[in-house]
Each structure stands twice: as structure tokens, then as C-alpha cells.
Design a protein around this ligand. Structure first.
Ligand code: NDP
Ligand code: OXD
Length: 313
């Protein structure tokens, strides 16, 4: 009945406290604690050491404490057990806030106004309506669909791209390799909320950047990435920002995290950056989610939001 919490790079105390509050009758342990590995039935993890999870003979399910699961799928020794990911309104709402904020920063030409303010200069620019701007969301999953709804409510035109066919009211949907070019050519602001898989690694490269719409009101396309850093070729993004093929960008995720001090991205023009905080995993909200899933599972219901190992997400 014991629950193991293994979070590398995060402070575990908040998780332990939140889990004990959500499930006072259960034992919750950390990797350094004294416990019998045979008692562990559930592991709640973020970036566990590769090979670590196979050391628990009676483990029944692995819960990723983030929506992304590449931190698990890259472990060659990951036991063949159900992997549950986070699908929770708290995390989803946080991501939608980041997407809306960053779409608006570019749409409302904030880089210009921040520079003008720093120079004590009164420099109004023309502002177009949201309805004149086409936002294209790569990844119409849990996060992409919620962001799409919020952008539609603000009046933006929204397109979406996914691996399989998706339908959504008000959103023009494209899918697969054949749908990529028509999706890109209708996109002024590209938002990537893709998982990292063999297919999405290095997907957003020079060819994708050059296929984006050039006839939109922003004077050039903009890219936002809060999916995974390795889906984007950073060198190609930098070149395009420097030579003006891209009007701007916002990045929350990077190929190497933390972003090394010598990275040229720190000083790239018209780039807003956040340090992988777009949708933080909140211990209180997500402990309630995980315990709710465990209780339902123990009552005989199937586990939900399972990762498909074949697809990698
Ligand atoms: P989902 O699994 O719900 O959605 C993934 C979407 O990506 C689906 O629409 C899927 O298509 C699409 N997709 C996957 N592979 C491809 C492909 N090869 N070509 C086209 N579309 C593809 O994931 P979430 O929405 O919950 O999360 C998305 C990602 O966001 C996470 O994997 C994680 O990397 C990132 N994330 C980042 C956070 C941050 O703080 N920066 C926080 C949380 C998550 P289909 O619909 O056909 O399956
Ligand atoms: C996640 C993340 O996957 O924080 O939840 O990136």
C-alpha cells in the first residue's frame, strides 16, 4: 500500500505533505527513506533515475507527475506497467494562461512598448484586431484544446494540427504529414504543445519556419514553444529571428535545461523566455488527482490517461 515519491530536481517536501493530506491512511516514502521495496505499489515520479523503477517487484502503476512523459519513455529499463499521466484542470489552466499571455505579448507588440518605455519614448503603433491573426496550435491534446478554446474566446482565428484526426468547433483541423503544409501556411502565430517523441524531435526546423504564413498582420510569423525543447531546432530559430524571417518567439522549454549561460538564445532579438514554468505541477492539486485515480483503480475502475508506449505519449 506504500506510495513512493521520486522527484529529481524538485523539492519533495511539498509533495509529501500534500500526499499525506490527500491520503492520511497511506504510507508515503522517498527514495532515501528506510522501507521494504516489496511494499511499493504506486510510484509518483518526475525524471526518476533510469532503471530505478524496475527495483520494485510489486509495483502496479507509475504516475508521471507532469503531463509530459519523455522523462519516462527514454528509460530503457522502464518496467512494463501502466504509466498514468497528469490530466488535471489546474495544470491545463496554467498552460492556457502561458499561451494566452505569450500570444498577446506578440499580438499587442509588447517588445516594442517595453523598449519604448525603457527609452522614455512615446511611440504608438497601429494595432489590429485579434480576428485578423491566425494562431496555429501543434498538438490538439488536453493542453492544445484548452488553449484553443481560450484563444477563440478572445476572437483569434485558430487552426490545429495533430497526428490523428481531431474535430473541434471553430477550429480548422489538420493532421499528419500531409496536413502540415496547409496548416503552416495559414498560421501567423505557431504554438507548439507537442510531446517529445521520435516523430516530433527536431520537427520545427528551418523548413517549418519558412512554410509559415508571410501575409499576416504581424509583419512575419511568430513561434511559441511550451511542449518540449527538443522538438525545435534552436539554431534555426535563432537564425530566423536574427534575419527577420521570424518576427518574434516565446520559449518555455529548451533542448538543454537549465539553459546554459553561453546559449545565444539569451540575447536573441524579440524572444521572450521563461524557465520551464508554463504549467508547473502543483503538489496540492496533483496529489488530489493522483490519489483520486488510485482510489478509483482500487475500487475496480480502469486506470485513465494511460501512456501509449508505442506512440511515446
Ligand atoms: P496530449 O497527449 O493530450 O496531446 C498531444 C497532442 O500532440 C495530440 O493532439 C497528438 O495528436 C499530438 N501529436 C503527438 N505526436 C504528433 C505528431 N507526430 N504529429 C502531430 N501531432 C502529434 O498531451 P498534452 O496536451 O497533455 O501535453 C502536451 C505536451 O505539453 C506534453 O507532452 C509536454 O511535453 C508539454 N508540457 C509542457 C509543460 C510546461 O510547463 N512547459 C507542462 C505540461 C506539459 P493526436 O491528438 O492525434 O494524438
Ligand atoms: C510537464 C512539464 O510535462 O512540466 O508537466 O513539462
Amino acid at each position: 500500500m506504500t506510495i513512493l515519491v521520486a522527484v529529481r530536481g524538485w523539492k519533495p517536501d511539498h509533495w509529501i505533505r500534500a500526499l499525506r493530506e490527500a491520503a492520511p491512511d497511506r504510507r508515503v516514502v522517498l527514495p532515501g527513506d528506510e522501507f521494504d521495496p516489496a511494499t511499493i505499489r504506486y510510484a509518483l515520479v518526475w525524471k526518476p533515475e533510469p532503471g530505478y523503477l524496475k527495483t520494485f517487484p510489486n509495483l502496479e502503476a507509475i504516475f508521471s507527475l507532469g503531463a509530459g512523459v519523455d522523462h519516462l519513455t527514454t528509460d530503457p529499463d522502464l518496467p512494463d506497467l501502466p504509466v498514468v499521466r497528469i490530466v488535471d484542470p489546474d495544470l491545463t489552466g496554467r498552460m492556457t494562461e502561458w499561451v494566452v499571455l505569450n500570444v498577446l505579448l506578440h499580438h499587442r507588440r509588447h517588445a516594442h512598448y517595453a523598449a519604448a518605455q525603457a527609452a522614455a519614448s512615446w511611440k504608438p503603433l497601429r494595432q489590429w484586431a485579434a480576428g485578423a491573426v491566425r494562431v496555429g496550435i501543434m498538438g490538439l491534446g488536453e493542453l492544445g484544446r484548452d488553449a484553443a478554446r481560450a484563444l477563440l474566446a478572445l476572437g483569434f482565428k485558430v487552426n490545429g494540427w495533430s497526428r490523428t484526426e481531431r474535430r473541434m468547433d471553430g477550429v480548422e483541423c489538420f493532421r499528419g504529414a500531409q496536413g502540415l503544409a496547409p496548416f503552416l501556411v495559414r498560421t501567423d502565430i505557431l504554438v507548439s504543445l507537442l510531446p517529445l517523441t521520435a516523430e516530433t524531435e527536431n520537427l520545427i526546423d528551418r523548413a517549418v519556419i519558412d512554410a509559415l504564413a508571410k501575409d499576416g498582420p504581424l509583419g512575419g510569423p511568430v513561434i511559441l514553444n511550451a511542449g518540449r525543447g527538443r522538438s525545435l531546432v534552436e539554431r534555426d530559430l535563432l537564425d530566423a529571428l536574427k534575419d527577420g524571417r521570424l518576427k518574434g518567439a516565446s520559449l518555455d522549454v529548451f533542448a538543454t535545461e537549465p539553459l546554459p549561460p553561453e546559449s545565444l538564445l539569451w540575447n536573441a532579438p524579440n524572444l521572450f523566455m521563461t524557465p520551464h514554468v508554463a504549467a508547473e505541477s502543483d503538489p496540492v492539486a496533483l496529489s488530489r488527482y493522483v490519489i483520486g485515480e488510485i482510489v478509483a483503480y482500487e475500487a475496480g475502475q480502469p486506470l485513465r490517461h494511460l501512456v501509449d508506449r508505442g506512440k511515446g505519449y
